[in-house]
Design a protein around this ligand. Structure first.
Ligand code: AMP
Length: 249
């Protein structure tokens, strides 16, 4: 069984982003970029499936600029077999990515597609769901445990007030939650090995997909600044202030 994993190159989670002066988005020109953390979890899960003899091949797909090749190489250093870059300089929205991934699903026919539950840059939480709909595949989002056996995936997912377990007939789409696993660190020898693994580059046109944005960002603004807090000497003063200043009591 082939497993296809989608990985997005995003601003590293440690970077404090700043907004561009024209308010059209955040400044990504000079900041550190990394693999979306939920996608690292997706790669780890796929590699473990291969190590346990469930998957035969792990294919990584990324859509975006040329530098996404670095993200693909990182995934290959974690143990994936090969990468596909759908190269475009266009701003990609979740529907466009889902269409590109659908084209790759048609081509590769994976038994399982794993995505992150959300990209930490746009926080859309849409691509996996859209892909499942476009490809007419069953889906389990926010997976915290995945067991694949006998043509089925049993997926646990955390929901309000408990855990839900779903059984999906493969092929299927799964999106990862934080608790699914702890991704491994890449080692230098594996980084070297990953340089020799196959990496195919295609264009959206090659896949017959129109990636024109459907949504327009009107403006991006900083959250309002929080005013400094005060220390109160005792509970009596706190209650007093909540009554008279904050007026919440
Ligand atoms: P989103 O719907 O944007 O929050 O992204 C959810 C997931 O879709 C991510 O965690 C990735 O697995 C996948 N994804 C989103 N954008 C891309 C992209 N440009 N290339 C590859 N995968 C992507």
């Amino acid at each position: 069984m082939k497993v296809l994993v989608a990985v997005k190159r995003v601003v590293d989670f440690n970077v404090k982003v700043t907004i561009k002066s024209d308010r059209t988005g955040v400044d990504v020109a000079t900041v550190k970029m990394s693999m979306n953390p939920f996608d690292e979890i997706a790669v780890e899960e796929a590699v473990r499936l291969k190590e346990h003899g469930v998957a035969t091949e792990v294919i990584i797909a990324s859509c975006g600029v040329t530098q996404c090749q670095e993200t693909l190489r990182t995934a290959m250093a974690m143990g994936a077999d090969r990468g596909v870059l759908v190269e475009t300089g266009a701003a990609l929205q979740p529907l466009a990515v889902a269409k590109l991934l659908k084209a790759l699903v048609d081509k590769e026919q994976p038994g399982l597609v794993i995505l992150g539950k959300q990209a930490i840059d746009d926080d859309s939480n849409q691509t996996g769901q859209m892909l499942a709909a476009l490809a007419n595949l069953p889906q389990a989002t926010f997976a915290s445990k995945v067991v694949v056996a006998d043509g089925k995936a049993t997926v646990s997912r955390e929901v309000d007030g408990g855990a839900e377990t779903l059984s999906l007939t493969l092929p299927a789409v799964i999106t990862t939650d934080l608790r699914l696993n702890e991704p491994r660190y890449v080692t230098l020898p594996n980084i070297m090995k990953a340089k020799k693994k196959p990496l195919e580059v295609v264009k959206p046109e090659d896949l017959g997909v129109d990636v024109t944005p459907r949504l327009k960002t009107l403006k991006v603004v900083e959250p309002p600044k929080r005013s400094a807090g005060v220390k109160v000497p005792d509970v009596k003063t706190l209650v007093e202030k909540l009554k008279t200043e904050a007026k919440v009591l």
